[in-house]
Design a protein around this ligand. Structure first.
Ligand code: ZN
Length: 50
């Protein structure tokens, strides 16, 4: 699956490299990975998951 997140450094939406789904609090999921362009860590909340 492909994720997009906003990169602070590129200041735009980028593809997330090596995305990892993590549960940041019970029932709330986020994707953590790296900016496909510059390698900065990016992060996106994807909300609840079944
Ligand atoms: Zn970037």
């Amino acid at each position: 699956m492909n994720y997009k997140a906003r990169c602070m450094k590129c200041k735009k939406e980028v593809d997330v490299k090596e995305p990892k789904e993590v549960e940041i609090k019970p029932g709330t999921w986020a994707v953590k990975g790296k900016c496909n362009v510059c390698g900065t860590n990016v992060y996106r909340i994807i909300g609840k998951k079944k």
